[in-house]
Design a protein around this ligand. Structure first.
Ligand SMILES: *[C@@H]1O[C@H](CO)[C@@H](O)[C@H](O)[C@H]1NC(C)=O
Ligand SMILES: *[C@@H]1O[C@H](CO)[C@@H](O)[C@H](O)[C@H]1NC(C)=O
Ligand SMILES: *[C@@H]1O[C@H](CO)[C@@H](O)[C@H](O)[C@H]1NC(C)=O
Ligand SMILES: *[C@@H]1O[C@H](CO)[C@@H](O)[C@H](O)[C@H]1NC(C)=O
Ligand SMILES: *[C@@H]1O[C@H](CO)[C@@H](O)[C@H](O)[C@H]1NC(C)=O
Ligand SMILES: *[C@@H]1O[C@H](CO)[C@@H](O)[C@H](O)[C@H]1NC(C)=O
Length: 455
């Protein structure tokens, strides 16, 4: 009985005290988390009642890089033979949570709580975003961008999926779980909306991959994996709605929590008065001045138009449309499962022009967070894509402007590493990092990340 009670609390199901034997066989599904239905989409104009990220009573000076690998990390003889007695038939020794212990689906540390709370902010904005596009643009607007009624139904279903994801994480966090907020978006037409969704779901997905393997709560990690794989499908569908190649990469990149929060916060106008605050950093915004778009496909130029993005951070490209008649960008080749003649949007050797802000700007819910950086001089551009984090020199630095050259490297032979919808940031150092220690980059971030539409 105790086991099932704990599980039911995690998924949010309130057991009925005296169910009859008949009804007990099919319990009602747990309710979804409550959320406001239609909120205004306007910028915040008031004064923040609090400022800065959540902090503990004591803060250390930094995380030191280890000088050697712990011996226990390399003692397992990886030779295909069983090294230990089996605890049961067909059961190899080892694993975590495999000894018959009762799983509890909750946060088990500040790291878990803050990571799950960030993921919840993400689920809430996606719920609002998917509904907002359907509300804001007409069936005809969608048809002109190549999307039919069934495609709009799919976006509406994605919003329903977000209700489920937000409920799951709210239940794991308990009563203090962050609530849905009010948002403000920069898009003006369906093409820009699709590009916004495609980029927002990319950092939502990558933001979770960055911390999943680090969670103390394996139980929470398991349920979160089962929701983030749905988000991964959403991201790919938005690429297909734009007529981009659905998945030009072999691996999906993970990014640190503070990168995801930096990208998300600018679109949160205000949150309820008692909203739970986050510990993560907001870095200064990074703008790509020549974001690759479909107008650049197959042309080995340095970008068909300058200053072509709606915003820093996400760097959604402005689309040519009746709202934006001066933009030369085409963001959509028409929805398709796989475009039959696809040409890359960018290429190694392409010049990428960048502009970034100084720290100290109010950002996020109620303008109550402030951008910060612990880094020194802007020297490199970090490219986070697939399994790789690589650096190129930042050139022609002049105030908050500079450029770099897109690197040429493969993750494995035959797989161009810089590809798909990926991330760049400006750093003061080119320290060597791999997917599991990427967050060590944070104290070296001058500005960013920005979403780069490599392909
Ligand atoms: C944020 O702004 C909203 C709208 O003005 C307000 O209702 C809310 O109390 C504010 N939240 C905080 C934490 O000050
Ligand atoms: C792109 O930029 C690079 C580096 O500045 C330059 O060498 C190259 O000529 C440029 N190419 C085009 C097509 O403008
Ligand atoms: C792009 O915008 C910057 C200001 O943000 C301006 O200095 C520059 O002249 C613009 N470039 C073009 C080609 O429009
Ligand atoms: C992305 O990968 C595809 C498939 O390997 C390749 O054709 C394309 O050129 C790559 N794009 C870039 C920007 O390297
Ligand atoms: C890219 O990642 C792969 C896999 O971790 C690694 O073997 C390779 O050396 C990396 N390449 C670069 C240029 O960092
Ligand atoms: C990150 O991990 C790699 C091993 O995968 C290690 O070589 C590197 O030194 C680590 N970087 C830092 C800054 O700790």
């Amino acid at each position: 009985m105790l086991n099932s009670m704990l599980w039911l609390a995690a998924v949010g199901y309130m057991p009925i005290a005296s169910a009859s034997p008949l009804s007990a066989s099919i319990p009602p599904a747990p309710p979804t988390a409550s959320h406001p239905n239609s909120q205004p989409h306007t910028p915040f104009t008031g004064t923040p009642t609090t400022t800065g990220a959540l902090t503990a009573s004591s803060i250390g000076t930094g995380i030191a890089e280890a000088s050697s690998i712990a011996p226990a990390e390399t003692t397992y003889a990886s030779n295909g033979k069983l090294q230990n007695a089996e605890p049961a038939p067909y059961v190899p020794a080892g694993g975590v949570g495999t000894s018959g212990s009762i799983p509890v689906y909750n946060a088990k540390s500040d790291f878990d709580y803050e990571s799950l709370a960030l993921a919840l902010y993400q689920e809430w904005i996606e719920l609002d975003l998917f509904q907002d596009g359907l509300r804001r643009f007409s069936a005809k607007d969608f048809e002109e961008a190549g999307l039919n009624a069934a495609d709009r139904e799919l976006i509406a279903f994605m919003a329903e999926q977000e209700v489920g994801h937000a409920t799951l994480i709210s239940n794991m966090l308990g009563a203090s779980a962050p609530k849905q907020c009010q948002y403000n978006y920069p898009y003006t037409n369906v093409q820009e909306y699709l590009d916004f969704c495609q980029k927002l779901t990319r950092f939502g997905e990558s933001g979770v991959y960055g911390f999943l393997g680090h969670l103390d709560s394996r139980e929470a990690a398991t349920l979160l994996t089962q929701s983030i794989t749905t988000e991964a499908r959403q991201q790919m569908i938005f690429r297909q709605f734009e007529g981009l190649f659905p998945m030009p990469v072999w691996f999906e990149v993970g990014i640190p929590q503070s990168w995801a929060w930096t990208l998300l916060a600018p679109y949160v106008a205000s949150c309820p008065a008692d909203q739970t605050r986050l510990v993560w950093e907001n870095f200064p915004a990074l703008r790509i001045l020549n974001q690759p778009t479909l107008s650049d496909a197959g042309k080995r130029n340095n970008g068909s138009s300058f200053n072509n993005t709606l915003d820093a951070g996400l760097n959604v490209a402005k689309a040519s449309s009746k709202e934006n008649p001066n933009s030369k960008n085409d963001l959509s080749a028409g929805a398709s499962v796989t475009p039959d003649r696809y040409s890359p949007l960018s290429f190694p050797g392409r010049r990428v022009d960048l502009q970034w802000e100084e720290p100290g700007r109010p950002v996020g819910p109620n303008d109550s967070y402030v951008t910060t950086s612990q880094a020194g001089e802007a020297k490199y551009v970090a490219w986070a894509s697939q399994l790789n984090i690589t650096y190129t020199p930042l050139l022609g630095v002049d105030g908050g402007r500079g450029y770099t050259i897109q690197p040429d490297m493969e993750t494995y032979e035959g797989d161009p590493a810089v590809n798909g919808t990926m991330f760049i940031a400006i750093t003061d150092s080119d320290l060597f990092l791999t997917p599991f220690n990427l967050s060590m980059i944070n104290s070296h971030v001058v500005a960013g990340p920005a979403l780069y539409q490599a392909d």
